[in-house]
Design a protein around this ligand. Structure first.
Ligand code: SF4
Length: 218
């Protein structure tokens, strides 16, 4: 059963009080995540940037505004999505997170995924891909594809921040986002079938892309 709002907010409070890695010393504030516990879609990025560090919310800077526009372009309301990062505190100067920092923070993301039990996780950028789907492949090969693990679909996408500085990535990200709505519709249908007790024959438990998905256009 999904967690309650109170349980999710209690997790957020634990994140805000966390001092488990050196990033706590340089942050203004931790950025636990934002969105309803009932969200069926989760978006996971790399880590807070300067604006996020200041405001305490994820994806509120330029990359966040692009993410909002991309979601809206396929009829999704950002307020229905739970958004977080693999690490909850800003690395100084927006450097890449260190492996030890990712490991120290990883249990928080695991708890968030367990609490929300989302149908679809949008995996934003290579760091999130490495953290959530280790060994599955690189972002340049997997972007826009649907990878299944159990009942959940993971969709690697280029990070919006990368697309802001590269016009070709912007086109790719926009095209990939068009497929997400279809993935979500499929996930909702699968959830409804499970609720009715209808098994999904042949459901994959690996992170391999479904070849048919690579041809799907929505
Ligand atoms: S990045 Fe994660 S582990 Fe490190 S201090 Fe922040 S919340 Fe704690």
């Amino acid at each position: 059963m999904a967690a309650t709002t109170e349980e999710l907010l209690a997790l957020h409070e634990r994140v805000r009080a966390c001092t488990a890695c050196p990033l706590h010393a340089t942050r203004i504030q931790a950025v636990p995540g934002y969105g309803p516990v009932t969200a069926r879609i989760m978006a996971v990025g790399e880590g807070p940037g300067e604006t996020e560090d200041r405001e305490g919310k994820p994806f509120v800077g330029a990359a966040g505004q692009l993410l909002t526009r991309l979601l809206e372009s396929v009829g999704l309301d950002r307020r229905d999505i739970y958004i977080t990062n693999i690490i909850k505190c800003r690395p100084p100067g927006n450097r890449d997170p260190e492996q030890e920092e990712v490991e120290a923070c990883s249990h928080f993301l695991d708890e968030q995924v367990t609490m929300l039990d989302p149908d679809v996780i949008l995996v934003l950028g290579r760091h999130a891909l490495l953290r959530l789907l280790p060994g599955a492949g690189g972002i340049s090969r997997l972007h826009g594809q649907r990878l299944r693990r159990g009942d959940r679909a993971y969709v690697p996408l280029y990070h919006p921040a990368a697309a802001l500085y590269n016009a070709s990535l912007m086109d790719t990200l926009t095209a990939d986002m068009q497929r997400v709505r279809g993935y979500l519709a499929d996930a909702e249908a699968a959830r409804a079938r499970r609720a009715q007790g209808v098994g999904v024959v042949g459901a994959s438990t690996t992170a391999q892309p479904d070849p048919s998905d690579q041809l799907a256009l929505f």
